[in-house]
Design a protein around this ligand. Structure first.
Ligand code: M6R
Length: 608
C-alpha cells in the first residue's frame, strides 16, 4: 500500500525522505518519488521500481532542499510507471502532492477540470487533487487544500508542497492513516510511525477531517471548516529495534520467534493475580450480552482465519451462534445484522478497507462493534465501541505470523470474558482455559526449538509445485492459514481442504510424492482424519502430520510427524500453526523468494 513521508527542517530533505520511505517499504510498492523545493524551484523525481532506483536518480540529478514530500506507490488506477508515480505536480509545476487512498469521484472532477483547460499527464485518480488545489489556490495554500478536499469523495491522506510557500507542508486525511512527527527545529509527516522514529518519538495521529500546516518550528491543526483544533501528543514507547530485523535474516522469521513474548504481552496485563480476565476497553455488560442474539466476525486474509478459531471459542463459551465472513463479501451480502447483533472485526493494521467498511455498515444498522487490532490509534480502533489490542508490536513482514497467534489469544480472552459475564461458562472450564493461555509462551517456545527439524522437512518439499493442507474442525482452519503462508511467500500452489472433502474431487490431484500436510490435533475427530490420510497415502501422497505430543500411532500412517505440546482445544491453533509458519518460511528461503515482500502483495490493504 502507498507510503507517504514529508520533511521540513535543516537536514537535506532528500536524504530524510528516502530513508523514511525505506522504513515504509514493508507496506508494498511498485514505484517511488520525491518532490523538493530546491532553490525556489519545485523539482520532482519519480521512478517505477525499487527505492534504490530513486536513490540513484536523485543523486545524479543533484537534488537538494530543506522541504519535500516522498511517496511509495502501490498501483490502483493506472499501471506501475514513472508517469503514474507520485508526487503529482499541477500544470505549471508550482505545487506537488502525494496521496494514499482512492478518490472515487475522480472521473467527474477530471472532466470538469479538463473543460477548464487542465492537462492530465497520468492515469491516476490522484492527479485530480493537484489540479483541484491549483484551481482553488489564491495565495493561501491551506485554504486551497481545504476547498479541494471538500470536492473529493473517497479515501485520502494527502501531503502538499508549493514553491511559493517553501516554509510549509500542508496535510489532510480521511480514511487513510497519517501522522505528524515533532522534531527539534524540524518536523515530519508519514503514513506510519517507523518512518519518523529515527528522529522523534512524539507524534500527532491525524483523524478523519484533520488538516495541518507544518512548518519548521510549528504545527497548526484545523478542522475542515478551517477552525483551529488541539490534539494530544502521542509518545511512542516501543523501541526502534523492535521495528528492525534484530539479527535475523528476515522480518518474518524474527516475528515468528517473537511469538512467545507477543502472546505473553497480549494476555498478561489482562489476567489478574486471582486468575480473572479484565479487559479495560471492553465495556459490554451481562445485560448487553443477554440482548445479543447473533455475533458476526468479519476480517480479511489471515485475520479472517483467526476469526474462524474465534468463532469456535465464542460458540462454545458464550453460547451464541456466530457467522464469520470475509470483509469483501460481507459488505455486499444480504445481511441480517441489527441492534441485537455484535460484530467483531479483526485487523492487524486496523486500516483494512473491507474490514472497515463492514464495521461502518454494522454501526449504521445499530449493531455494537468490537475490534481486535494491533495498531494503536488505527481507524478501526477508533471507530469500534469495544476494543482489544493485540500487543504483538509492529509486524513488518507482509506475511502475518505473530498477529495471527495473538489474535487467537485475544479471541480466547474475549470469549472467556463474555462467557463469564453471561454465566455460560462453568468455573472449572474458565480456570482451565486461563491456565492453557498462561502455558502458551513456554509451549510456543518449545515448538520454535524444533525449527531445525522443520527445516529438514522443508528440504524434502521445497521444489514441489503443489501442496495440500488438510484437517477437520479447528485443524481445518489452521490448514487454511498454513496454506496461505506457503503460497504467499513461496509461490507454491497450496490448497487447504476439509479432510473429509478430499474424496469429493480434489483427491484427483494427488500423485506420487504430492505433499499433503495433515493436521491431526482434534482429538474428537482423530480416527476420521487418519482414514482421510490413508486415502491420500494410497494414492502416493507424501504426508507430513502435525500431531499432539504422545501420539505415536500417527507414525504408522504419516511419512513425517511434527509434534506440538498438548493444550486445550482452540489454543492448539496457536501451537500447530507455528510449524506451518516455519515450514513456509524455510521453503521460501530455499526457493530464494523475497520473503518479507512477496510479489503482488501489500502489508496493509487500504483499498477495496
Ligand atoms: O491488517 P489486516 O489484519 O486487516 O490485514 C488483513 C489481511 O490483508 C492480512 O491478514 C493478510 O492476509 C496477511 N498479510 C497474509 O499473511
Amino acid at each position: 500500500m502507498c507510503g507517504i513521508v514529508g520533511y521540513i527542517g535543516n537536514q537535506n530533505a532528500v536524504d530524510v525522505l528516502v530513508k523514511g520511505l525505506e522504513k515504509l517499504e514493508y507496506r508494498g510498492y511498485d514505484s517511488a518519488g520525491v518532490a523538493i523545493i530546491d532553490h525556489g524551484n519545485l523539482k520532482v523525481s519519480k521512478h517505477k521500481g525499487r527505492l534504490t532506483i530513486l536513490e540513484n536518480e536523485v543523486k545524479k540529478e543533484g537534488l537538494t532542499g530543506h522541504i519535500g514530500i516522498g511517496h511509495t506507490r502501490w498501483a490502483t488506477h493506472g499501471e506501475p510507471s514513472d508517469r503514474n508515480s507520485h508526487p503529482h505536480p499541477n500544470n505549471d509545476e508550482s505545487l506537488a502532492i502525494v496521496h494514499n487512498g482512492i478518490i472515487e469521484n475522480y472521473m467527474a472532477i477530471k472532466e470538469r477540470l479538463q473543460d477548464k483547460g487542465y492537462v492530465f499527464k497520468s492515469e491516476t485518480d490522484t492527479e485530480v487533487i493537484a489540479h483541484l488545489i491549483d484551481y482553488y489556490y489564491e495565495e493561501n495554500l491551506r485554504e486551497a487544500v481545504q476547498k479541494a478536499v471538500a470536492d473529493l469523495t473517497g479515501a485520502y491522506a494527502i501531503g502538499v508542497v508549493h514553491k511559493d510557500h517553501p516554509d510549509q507542508l500542508v496535510v489532510v486525511r480521511k480514511d487513510s492513516p497519517l501522522i505528524i512527527g515533532m522534531g527539534h527545529q524540524e518536523n515530519f509527516i508519514a503514513s506510519d510511525i517507523p518512518a519518523v522514529l529515527k528522529y522523534t518519538r512524539d507524534i500527532y495521529i491525524l483523524e478523519d477531517g484533520d488538516l495541518a500546516v507544518v512548518t519548521q518550528n510549528d504545527i497548526k491543526m484545523y478542522d475542515l471548516k478551517g477552525e483551529p483544533i488541539i490534539k494530544k501528543v502521542y509518545h511512542v514507547d516501543w523501541d526502534i529495534a523492535a521495528a528492525e530485523k534484530g539479527g535475523f535474516d528476515h522480518f518474518m522469521i524474527k516475528e515468528i520467534h517473537e511469538q512467545p513474548k507477543a502472546i505473553q504481552d497480549t494476555y498478561s496485563p489482562r489476567i489478574t493475580d486471582d486468575e480473572k480476565i479484565v479487559l479495560d476497553d471492553i465495556k459490554i455488560t451481562k445485560e448487553d450480552l443477554e440482548n445479543i442474539d447473533q455475533i458476526y466476525i468479519v476480517a480479511c486474509g489471515t485475520a479472517y482465519y483467526a476469526g474462524l478459531v474465534g468463532k469456535s471459542f465464542i460458540e462454545e463459551f458464550v453460547d451464541v451462534p456466530v457467522i464469520a465472513d470475509v470483509g469483501s463479501e460481507f459488505r455486499y451480502n444480504k445481511s441480517f445484522i441489527n441492534e441485537k447483533s455484535l460484530m467483531i472485526v479483526v485487523s492487524q493494521s486496523g486500516e483494512t478497507a473491507d474490514t472497515l467498511a463492514a464495521l461502518r455498515l454494522a454501526k449504521e444498522r445499530g449493531a455494537r462493534v468490537m475490534a481486535i487490532t494491533n495498531v494503536v490509534g488505527s481507524t478501526i480502533a477508533r471507530e469500534a465501541d469495544d476494543l482489544l489490542y493485540t500487543w504483538a508490536g509492529p509486524e513488518i513482514a507482509v506475511a502475518s505470523t505473530k498477529a495471527y497467534t495473538t489474535q487467537i489469544v485475544a479471541f480466547g480472552l474475549v470469549a472467556l470474558d463474555m462467557g463469564y459475564k453471561k454465566g455460560s461458562i462453568d468455573d472449572t472450564t474458565y480456570k482451565e482455559m486461563i491456565k492453557a493461555i498462561k502455558n502458551l509462551p513456554r509451549q510456543t517456545q518449545e515448538v520454535l526449538d524444533y525449527e531445525e527439524e522443520i527445516k529438514k522437512v522443508a528440504e524434502l518439499i521445497y521444489d514441489t509445485t503443489h501442496a495440500f493442507y488438510v484437517g477437520r474442525g479447528i485443524d481445518y482452519n489452521i490448514a487454511r492459514e498454513g496454506s496461505l503462508k506457503l503460497k504467499e511467500i513461496s509461490y507454491i500452489h497450496a490448497e487447504a481442504m476439509a479432510a473429509g472433502e478430499l474424496k469429493h474431487g480434489t483427491i484427483a490431484l494427488i500423485e506420487r510424492g504430492t505433499p499433503v500436510i495433515a493436521l491431526v490435533t482434534e482429538q474428537a475427530l482423530y480416527e476420521k482424519v487418519i482414514s482421510n490420510i490413508k486415502e491420500v497415502k494410497a494414492r502416493g501422497a507424501f504426508v507430513i502430520a502435525i500431531a499432539r505430543e504422545g501420539d505415536t500411532e500417527i507414525e504408522k500412517t504419516a511419512d513425517k510427524v511434527i509434534y506440538i505440546p498438548d493444550t486445550a482445544n482452540g489454543f492448539s491453533a496457536v501451537l500447530s500453526v507455528m510449524p506451518l509458519q516455519l515450514l513456509a518460511y524455510h521453503v521460501a528461503v530455499m526457493r530464494e523468494c523475497d520473503v518479507d515482500k512477496p510479489r503482488n502483495l501489500a502489508k496493509s490493504v487500504t483499498v477495496e
